[in-house]
Design a protein around this ligand. Sequence first.
Ligand code: ADP
Ligand code: MG
Length: 744
Amino acid sequence: MRAERSTGLDRVIGARSGKKFAEQLGIATAGELLGHFPRRYLARGELTPIRELPFDEDVTLMAQVVSSSTRRMNTRKGSITEVLVSDRPGQTNGPSTLSLTFFNGVKASRQLTRGVVAMFSGRVGMYRGRLQLTNPIYELLDPEELDAEAAAKLAGRPIPVYPATAAIPSWTIAKAMGTVLGAVDLSSVPESLPERLRRKYGLPSAAEAYRMIHVPENDAEWRIAQQRFRFEEALVLQTALARRRAQHAALPSRPSPARRGGLLDAFDRGLPFELTAGQRDVGEVLAHELSQPHPMNRLLQGEVGSGKTVVALRAMLQVVDDGGQAALLAPTEVLASQHYASIRATLGPLVREGLLGGAGDDGVEVALLTGSQSAGEKKRSLLAAASGQAGIVVGTHALLSEHVQFADLGLVVVDEQHRFGVEQRDALRAKSLATPHLLVMTATPIPRTVAMTVFGDLETSVLRELPAGRSPIATHTVGLVENPSWERRIWQRAREEVDAGRQVYVVCPTIGAGAGDEGDLDELDAATWGGSALAAPEPLQATSVSETAEQLATEPALAGIEVGVLHGRLDTEAKAAAMRRFAAGETGVLVATTVVEVGVDVPNATLMVILDADRFGIAQLHQLRGRVGRGGHAGTCLLVTRLEPGHPSRERLEAVAASTDGFELAQHDLEFRREGDILGASQSGRRSTLRLLRVLRDGDVIARAREDALELVADDPELERHPELAAAIADYLDPEREVFLERG
Ligand code: ADP
Ligand code: MG
């Protein structure tokens, strides 16, 4: 039959197989099958190195049978066939052999005789110290099985290995693919790559590439086909982002040019420090963009303590000077309250108290709006926002609720971007006739290509230097396995710190008491940088806040020191109280979860002890330690681990101890991660949205595609002359995938 890409797979390969493909692989049409790309390729005649097989994973391998034996089972009815295969003919023992066990494998015992070469597929297990596949499925590859013509045709061709399931092994997929390739008119496959770009990079057409990736004549073919699809993927994504950016930039917004003699000038005059060069540069960019009649859309990256808040505050004042309002969104109530307090403190005499009422140029009213405020407090803040009385409104998600109205919202600042999706951004934008300017701040350094992919619709600024006078943080790994006595030493060290008038954070991976928790997920965005997803299942129970607090209460070295507790499950009141006592210096030691990661600012804290530090990701450890050494006193961070020296997770700790450069660590972090984690796919349980493209490996492809996409969109904003690319984007942006684009 002739088939289209949209033809149901069942009509091409038969109803029964079609149903299986749909159920097992989610593949329903001929086109979807064509898009199911091989994971890798085996060289024909080349046996798979058995010693490299990953334990406990599904594998497809090629091997030769060296022996086979069948015996009756003693305790149950039936027989066991044990087949020994090897990647080296003649080898019957050692790491190059693998044992295959078949229960009642009559057929296997007949077919898998000494010397036979076959492809096997199954999950790698272990039995009596030897790698084993139980009831693997297999496909004979013996040349004698094929007629001469078929053998000659196949000789030298790479064998594709597809992502497969037990019910549909790779070779079944390959056969179905052959049928589909024969049935579908490939010349009708839409060509989403513009001809010009295909020529520029010497890439094959879509039709050629499908053939080359599924039935390559040689390795060169599948490589070039992969290149094409990778570039295509990057281009589709970058064009979507470029369009989004262009459309957004074309919206009207309220221009707020800087005004001389206003609050911003007064604020600058009163600043107790010099702005860093970076703060000045970014400040100029923001000042310019705020004065434009189209919305700013900018991501500001900078390490914890690099002075982002001051930069944001200056932008807010520019808008307030022009009679507009600014909103600051924080991810948690703790942070919102802190921002509120620190903005008021930083503004000092420029704060106008709301209760006095009356307008005037004498200052700016700052309002706070969070979910847990009393009805009266809320009402006051809502009124201040709606009437325009409050120039700056700080809040949590509560700000997004539909009851909240602004008189003239000109700028939205989002702190710690990962909490706010685009719908939320849009919710805030909807509160204003003109599109407000947007500034997103993040303390997580994001490598360039990730930023291009995940935040591709935002312009990016970076604050690289820390303000002068910031003390460096010394970080040490403390391995309790090799040095059990150091546990004692840690608490003595904490004591010394408190005796010297300083304070100590103790961070634990879980909350404890009540169990079943996976850490402070309500407070911590594991999707972006969290390390908990990284940690392999460990036999050790992760240390909890409640246990640790209990233990420290009776720790002799800490006798007489108040130990506080902070985590996301405390009610707002208790959280605020814990923070207050610690900020006031009443609590010497604060045992907490990662709630302290984002923005908690107690300059007097100089020591951070992170227990079971191996449970955290690199970027997260880096963020956490940024909480100490903020007050001009040198900070120390101890990464405590109970893992054996040489354990792979300890490498991350060594990396953090060895560098204080957030960007270097972020790059490093990526290398430890799986792609899906980078894009947050693991969180939602979906597969990575990217098929062949890898953000880390394919940075240059992404960068090139971005250039091309910008040109393309500048030249043809509605993609009228590129309908197939437009269709590919629509396809790519189906609702499932949109989530990924819209993490900004
Ligand atoms: P971030 O939000 O990037 O973590 P903040 O803006 O909160 O950083 O700044 C951290 C601390 O450094 C604040 O106490 C702030 O007042 C101070 N600070 C900011 N900029 C400077 C500067 N240029 N020189 C000295 N101190 C600064
Ligand atoms: Mg901050």
